[in-house]
Write a protein that binds this ligand. Structure first.
Ligand code: NDP
Length: 283
């Protein structure tokens, strides 16, 4: 039997509907500011998608566009201004930043109370310490997808391929907190196919198109494909060879239409969370 395809768009739509309801009930008008520097075409698409989804749930978005020639000082100045701006609840700096700008310096400049991408050391530390506040959106989206697809993580052997601060690392922490037995693989992992075959939950976040082949996947494994890769012919593909995986896995997320919409839905939920926390703080 072919694998069950987990519909990320449907799960994200339900999450967005809940966020919209909660915003209406709270009587809030959360505001998200996105800093977009340079001309990266993929970033422009992401920002457009975030903008569209935000309007639908009642989050006001402003995108601050800066030229590719912008200096680190100028970006830091913009972040500082948004930190001070009382009406701004969430700040997202779209990565990658151009040229020589130090991404870490810019991320750390964000007020942790407005860090809706959950990337500052303060929020990463809260997650690592077992008291999460704003959690990175993509890993959070993966956990919500697993829950929506009725995948039990407790005691399951989970493999996360990738150890980035944005995806792999926080995801490993979330899975551990959800009682999975977690292995983290990366570019130096000795026998990746063997690690994959052992996994009951396999999550690929490498940015390598179709790295994970069908015969690396254990029978009935749940496969979550975080990767978004643009092929030479313009098609989008994940980190998993989808057609091969369909014949082996128990369930799988497609690309596009899997993790991507969940990332945006979680960003909007985080913006609401930040807005509620700031209101409580002020109140
Ligand atoms: P990074 O480049 O920061 O990290 C990639 C990770 O994959 C690294 O840990 C790297 O290992 C590992 N890796 C690379 N090649 C291999 C390999 N051949 N075998 C095993 N491990 C490997 O990427 P991100 O974490 O930021 O993103 C990963 C993917 O997810 C990308 O395709 C990105 O576009 C996508 N993405 C999708 C989102 C969504 O909403 N769906 C959101 C964010 C990202 P090492 O540490 O050893 O270098």
């Amino acid at each position: 039997m072919p694998a069950r395809v987990i519909d990320g768009r449907a799960v994200a739509a339900a999450l967005n509907a809940g966020t919209a309801r909660r915003i209406a009930v709270a009587g809030l008008a959360p505001r998200l500011s996105i800093v977009l520097a340079g001309n990266d075409p993929a970033s422009a698409v992401y920002v457009r998608n975030k903008d569209r989804a935000a309007r639908q749930v009642g989050v006001a978005v402003e995108t601050i566009r800066l030229p590719a020639s912008v200096s680190e000082m100028e970006v830091l100045g913009e972040v500082g201004r948004l930190n001070e701006e009382r009406s701004v609840d969430g700040i997202l700096v779209q990565l990658p930043l151009p040229g020589t700008i130090r991404q870490r310096a810019v991320i750390e400049a964000i007020d942790p109370a407005k860090d809706v991408d959950g990337l500052t050391a303060v929020n990463a530390g809260r997650l690592a310490g077992g008291a999460p506040f704003l959690v990175p959106c993509t890993p959070l989206g993966v956990m919500k997808l697993l829950a929506a697809a009725d995948v039990s993580t407790s005691g399951a052997r989970a493999l996360v391929i990738g150890r980035s601060r944005l995806v792999g690392r926080p995801l490993a922490l979330l899975l551990t907190a959800a009682d999975a037995t977690v292995t983290v693989a990366h570019s130096r992992t000795r026998d990746l196919p063997a690690e994959c075959r052992r996994a009951e939950i396999l999550i690929a976040a490498t940015g390598r198109a179709e790295l994970v082949r069908g015969d690396w996947i254990g029978t009935d494994a749940v496969v979550i494909d975080v990767g978004i890769n643009r092929l030479a012919d313009g098609r989008l593909t994940g980190d998993v060879a989808f057609a091969e995986a369909l014949g082996v896995a128990g369930a799988i997320t497609p690309v596009p239409g899997g993790v991507g919409p969940m990332t945006i839905a979680c960003l909007l939920e985080n913006t609401l969370k930040a807005a509620l926390a700031r209101r409580d703080q002020a109140g």
